[in-house]
Design a protein around this ligand. Structure first.
Ligand code: HEM
Length: 416
């Protein structure tokens, strides 16, 4: 692994009063904290709960620039260090099984990334996404059926969470019977507890995916895993390990994110009744509303970590080589320099250029699928339950302790 990000020569910023703490206040009220930061400092040192230092970038124009700066990269070795810094028990994160499923394109820099993305894009086609539509629709109806005539609905557990994991199983061709255990491993990996449970789940997950690849190779079907196995580019193909890592990236990148799109989106529509009414009056506006909900409270708060391989300048602040960056997609999307009256949900707004799916070479490959799922889920939900309302004071809702993702623990609603 690479050099430790905090060396002895460096100040211990955990004790530095100037550094911003990535703490419970920030997690529960990120938009307020970031509104101040955008005014005060283009790049601000931040300390994670485990004492890891990062530069937080909050302005729209800086975020976009940083994400395409060739001196800013992923650097897998550094990332592994960062991850282990963040967790008390590192055994799970250091396990070879976990490292293997993490060796995917989102953690890779060019030229490796360019090659992987080119191959994978050949399988992640519009056709592959569109063929999922009927299944997404019927799954949505089934879940909505289960919510009707009940008093105690948690929109996260009862609706937003089950849909995306089932869709990814459909995408990969995971047989129905295996989906519960597959979903359990995926949840353990996504929640990224750094202990033995993670190592175990990663081991099962890897072994299962490797076996699934073998079976699909022998007996291909109409799913993306079969397509990924078959894909070729001038004689180049994805190796066994690359297929397994890619499949796990689809699970990891496509799961929590879409859950949060559906739940955050529903919360913010319910908090803006005039917008919800406009949407109900014209369901053709749902795709545009989904874009605005992605801008307003996107599922990914900070882009996944970046690392400087040379000195860079952000809005006049000099950041040396060898530093971690936390690039706030959410803050960029609330920058008044880019979006007028940004703290207001406005489904009629021009949202083009929002950064909820990232920017540059790692721009979300699954965006068309996420948009399709979000549009069907939110559109059907508000159509099916005209009396849908929040069953809790929005101020009492708890956001999960993560700055990477923006997602609610629970969203109590009433459907009648
Ligand atoms: C990458 C957001 C759903 C697959 C990303 C990135 C963001 C993002 C911000 C870039 C991260 C970075 O640059 O550090 C989202 C959001 C989603 C969503 C907001 C839901 C609303 C999905 C789905 C899939 C998916 C459903 C596939 C099943 C990917 C992949 C990458 C990626 C493969 C890596 C691309 C690369 O490294 O070139 N996503 N995502 N995402 N996403 Fe998504």
């Amino acid at each position: 692994s690479g050099p430790a990000p905090l060396t002895e020569e460096e100040p211990n910023l955990a004790n530095n009063a100037d550094a911003l703490a990535m703490d419970a206040h920030y997690v529960q009220h990120p938009h307020e904290v970031e509104a101040e930061l955008r005014k005060e400092a283009p790049a601000r040192l931040m300390v994670t709960p485990r004492g890891m230092r990062m530069w937080l970038i909050t302005r729209y124009s800086d975020v976009k620039e940083v994400l395409v700066n060739p001196l800013v990269c992923k650097d897998e070795a550094q990332r592994a260090e960062l991850l282990s810094e963040r967790h008390e028990a590192t055994s799970g994160l250091r396990s070879p099984e976990f490292r293997l499923i993490e060796a995917h394109m989102l953690n890779t820099d060019p030229p490796g990334h360019t090659r992987l993305r080119k191959l994978v894009a050949k399988a992640f086609t519009t056709r592959a996404v569109v063929r999922l539509r009927p299944r997404i629709e019927s799954l949505t109806e089934e879940l909505l059926d289960g919510m009707a005539d009940r008093d105690d609905v948690d929109l996260v557990a009862d609706f937003a969470a089950p849909l995306p994991i089932t869709v990814i199983c459909e995408l990969l061709g995971v047989p129905e019977n295996d989906r519960d255990k597959f979903g359990d491993w995926a949840r353990t990996i996504v929640s990224s507890v750094g202990d033995q449970r993670l190592a175990d789940a990663a081991g099962h997950f890897r072994a299962y995916l490797a076996d699934l690849v073998t079976r699909k190779r022998a007996d291909p079907s109409a799913d993306m895993l079969s397509d990924l196995i078959a894909v070729t580019d001038g004689g180049d193909q994805l190796s066994e390990d690359e297929l397994v890592a890619m499949a796990s990236l689809l699970v990891i990148a496509g799961h929590d994110t879409t859950v949060n799109l559906i739940a955050n989106g529903t919360l913010n529509l319910l908090r803006a009744p005039e917008q919800l009414a406009a949407l109900r009056a014209d369901p053709g506006l749902v795709p545009a509303a989904v874009e605005e909900l992605l801008r307003y409270e996107g599922p990914v708060h900070l882009g996944t970590a970046r690392f400087t391989t040379g000195p860079i300048s952000v809005g006049g602040v000099e950041i040396p080589a060898g530093e971690f960056l936390a690039v706030s997609l959410a803050s960029a999307n609330r920058d008044p320099e880019r979006f007028e009256d940004p703290d207001r949900v406005d489904i009629a707004r021009q949202t083009a250029g929002h950064l909820a799916f990232g920017h540059g070479i790692h721009h979300c490959l699954g965006a068309p699928l996420a948009r399709l799922e979000g549009t069907i889920a939110i559109g059907r939900l508000i159509d099916r339950f005209p009396r849908l309302r929040l069953a809790a004071d929005p101020e009492t809702l708890t956001w999960r302790f993560s700055t990477l993702m923006r997602g609610l623990e629970k969203l109590p609603v009433s459907t009648r």
